[in-house]
Design a protein around this ligand. Sequence first.
Ligand SMILES: NC(=O)c1ccc[n+]([C@@H]2O[C@H](COP(=O)([O-])OP(=O)(O)OC[C@H]3O[C@@H](n4cnc5c(N)ncnc54)[C@H](OP(=O)(O)O)[C@@H]3O)[C@@H](O)[C@H]2O)c1
Length: 417
Amino acid sequence: MTTEKEIYALGETPPLGYIPPKMHASLIRPERFGEPNQAFEVEQIDVPKPGPRQVLVWVMAAGVNYNNVWAALGTPVNVIGARQRRGAEEDFHIGGSDASGIVWAAGEEVENVKVGDRVVLSCGMWDENAEDILAGGDPMTSSSAKIWGYEENWGSFSQFALVDHYQCFPKPPNLTWEASAAYMLVGATAYRQLMGWPPHIVNPGDPVLIWGGTGGLGSMAIQIVKANGGIPIAVVSSPDKFEFCYQIGAKGVINRKDFDHWGRLPDIGDADAFGEWMQGARAFGQAFWEQLGERKAPKIVFEHPGESTIPTSIFLVDNNGMVVICAGTTGYNADVDLRYLWMRQKRFQGSHFANTEQCNAFNQMVIDGEVDPALSQVFPLENVGDAHQLMYENQHPAGNMSILVNATEEGHIDIDL
Ligand SMILES: NC(=O)c1ccc[n+]([C@@H]2O[C@H](COP(=O)([O-])OP(=O)(O)OC[C@H]3O[C@@H](n4cnc5c(N)ncnc54)[C@H](OP(=O)(O)O)[C@@H]3O)[C@@H](O)[C@H]2O)c1
């Protein structure tokens, strides 16, 4: 029988529902902004209390995402400063926008979960009383929408995480804590990109081009396209990444290092430079046809690198097709040759995380075994910074990484309480 203590070591479990005053958490502080491997440090801090419609979760494992590379760097947004300008008092950031864990306390008016429920968490947060939501708008397009564990504090690199009630979804019963923590952010984002913008959704037989096939988003996108009957063609940066893409369902894989026309579009008035760019783009298109096995353009291009790939994505996508983008990892100044956009009536669609229905639909695909979380590597809480450093340097293994928090050993699907 565990006793009530001031703070619990990782691996110790308090009595279900007992909230100790203090917890261990991996924090970013402004004075540590910089390379991820020096930005995070485990400290002891006060446990937050759940208010109305909030849930306190005992975090078993947390997922690693690119957003906390940005949080560690302190750029393009200083997330701590931005929150303080909105009235927050904390001078630290607890990252972690994915988690699996156990509901430990629920505030007033929480009806969808109860203490003891095994859950996974989503990172979409919004004000349920915002005017644009009450008017029927998609909450992820609300001016109140924020990403928990990035724009909002009390993320999952911590023994306890604080979320709104609608962020809780059932944990897949047969998956380990660490696999369950690995998929929701990237998976639900990919799901909205591919299935959330009708009529441009994946239909049987649709070819889809997926950048970064071994990345967090890409590994989910390949599986979602395949499960919906589409034909995923992935792009990666070296042949040793091909096999992973094939194993999760890609029909073909292209090595982007075989081409060198990346980056901003040359001035269209500069015939030589533009002609050279066009040659590169056409050769890439040829490679796409070869991988697909027929001369068809992608109906959807799944984008996130941004500046370096957008000109090619817009050129390549089919007439009346869609380039759907959720990030600009390589830069934000993306050039579009507008002639392709209007003459061929292509759609260039922004997309950001996912709403509750989309999270539910994607979570069900994981529960049903249609999508595997593609867990690659697991780290202890004190190595959160190292996991993000690998990601920052694009040296991380194919798939998704997790952090063991209160689960201190891999391989467990539940815990006796
Ligand atoms: N808005 C949202 O809701 C949302 C949600 C999730 C993620 N994101 C953002 O999306 C981006 C990717 O996230 P992720 O989790 O998939 O990251 P990730 O696991 O690091 O994967 C990104 C992939 O991009 C590829 N890549 C890197 N440089 C590239 C380049 N110059 N050209 C083409 N591809 C390149 C890499 O593959 P190769 O080197 O093999 O090509 C890498 O595997 C990040 O900026 C993240 O913050 C946004």
